[in-house]
Design a protein. Structure first.
Length: 130
């Protein structure tokens, strides 16, 4: 449910800017990468590896509002990675969804819920933009 809100916020703030997306409806390969491949790879890397390593090193730190320090640090890294291919605001807008993905990873102690949620988020964002 966050995807439409973040996309609407972005569009509202930057109505004159065009979003640089390929014409995915004519290219199923791009659609596959944006909705399936990238979320799987990003979740395996960030929640499956990075968050796990940080969690082991910060396990003695308190958790606030169900959000661990490992989740926050991983989400910051996730935002920084998005600065490579996105506008600054668009990159910053992935922070809260990233916290949600990390929460699901920690809550269910498995990467699959965060992967599915990330795929759903990307699909909602993409179809709302288009």
């Amino acid at each position: 449910m966050a995807a439409p809100l973040f996309v609407l916020l972005y569009i509202t703030l930057f109505q004159d800017q065009t979003i640089d997306l390929p014409n995915i409806f004519s290219d199923t390969k791009s659609l596959f990468f944006l909705i399936v491949f990238y979320p799987v790879i990003e979740e395996l890397a960030f929640r499956g590896m990075i968050q796990e390593v940080i969690a082991r090193k910060t396990k003695d730190y308190p958790v606030y509002f169900y959000i661990s320090l490992a989740n926050v640090l991983t989400s910051v890294l996730f935002v920084l990675m998005h600065f490579v291919h996105h506008t600054p605001l668009w990159a910053l807008l992935v922070f809260i969804p990233s916290l949600v993905f990390g929460y699901f990873k920690e809550q269910y102690k498995h990467i699959l819920p965060s992967i599915i949620l990330h795929m759903f988020y990307n699909a909602c964002s993409l179809f709302l933009i288009l």
